[in-house]
Design a protein around this ligand. Structure first.
Ligand SMILES: [Fe+2]
Length: 248
């Protein structure tokens, strides 16, 4: 879909706006800290002008191969269940998004982040920093090797535990395609008591859960999970509207 800017013959693409019923709300009472930061006024949709429909230029040389392997840091191997996480980044028409920057961060196998404000009594792993990044290939594919993150307590309510998850940030071809979200694992027993997961409209929750991928498991090495990510449009992955507020 294209449009003409007023006073210009420049043809600019327009990105679909998500259905309001499928938006994750910016504030929801069960997630206590959102009460302190959610906007009190109704958000206004900005028009798509040049700033919104262009994006950052991300040279592949800024991302190196080691960035895709989170299991090896500081000269040693991280503790935990090795998993290959892979998928495709697609746009609203199902077309692959090449050259998208995919950044991930996660807790270690014990459920602890290497972060100054994460000080609950779970061990840190000297060989795991929980940070990775990759640029999608010409078919929109990404993959990285990591360890399965543990659940962690977060104090939102009594005995509150986050389901295992990996944080994702994506830059597509335009700033309107910026996505910050979380990937979950199938059949997590903690889904029912997690207000962040349950803030996603019920019809869209399954899109935040990865699929166990037997075909991509590696013999004597790693399990595999597959997760496709859709930027904008009726099939989009549920957006977080702001930093989720838990520890990193
Ligand atoms: Fe987290």
């Amino acid at each position: 879909m294209t449009g003409t800017t007023s006073g210009s013959r420049l043809q600019l693409p327009r990105y679909l706006r998500e259905d309001a019923s499928l938006r994750t709300p910016v504030g929801f009472p069960d997630y206590k800290s959102t009460g302190l930061r959610a906007p009190l006024r109704t958000p206004v949709d900005l028009p798509h002008r040049l700033t919104e429909i262009t994006g950052p230029v991300l040279g592949e040389d800024r991302v190196v191969q080691q960035d895709t392997d989170l299991t090896w840091r500081n000269g040693g191997e991280a503790v935990g269940q090795r998993i290959l996480v892979h998928g495709r980044v697609l746009d609203s028409d199902g077309r692959p998004v090449p050259d998208a920057l995919v950044e991930v961060w996660q807790a270690n196998a014990a459920g602890r982040y290497r972060h100054v404000v994460d000080n609950w009594p779970a061990p840190l792993d000297p060989h795991f920093d929980g940070l990775g990044r990759v640029v999608t290939d010409s078919l929109g594919r990404y993959e990285f090797l990591t360890i399965k993150p543990g659940a962690y307590p977060w104090g939102n309510h009594h005995n509150a535990w986050r389901p295992a998850h990996i944080h994702f940030s994506l830059f597509g071809r335009a700033f309107t395609q910026r996505l910050v979200t979380q990937m979950y694992f199938p059949d997590d027993p903690l889904f029912g008591q997690d207000p962040i997961y349950n803030a996603i409209p019920a019809a869209a929750r399954h899109r935040a859960i990865s699929r166990f991928d037997l075909e991509r498991t590696q013999d004597n090495w790693a399990l595999a999970f597959q997760w496709d990510i859709v930027l904008r449009g009726t099939d989009q992955t549920p957006f977080e509207t702001d930093d989720d507020g838990d520890v990193a």
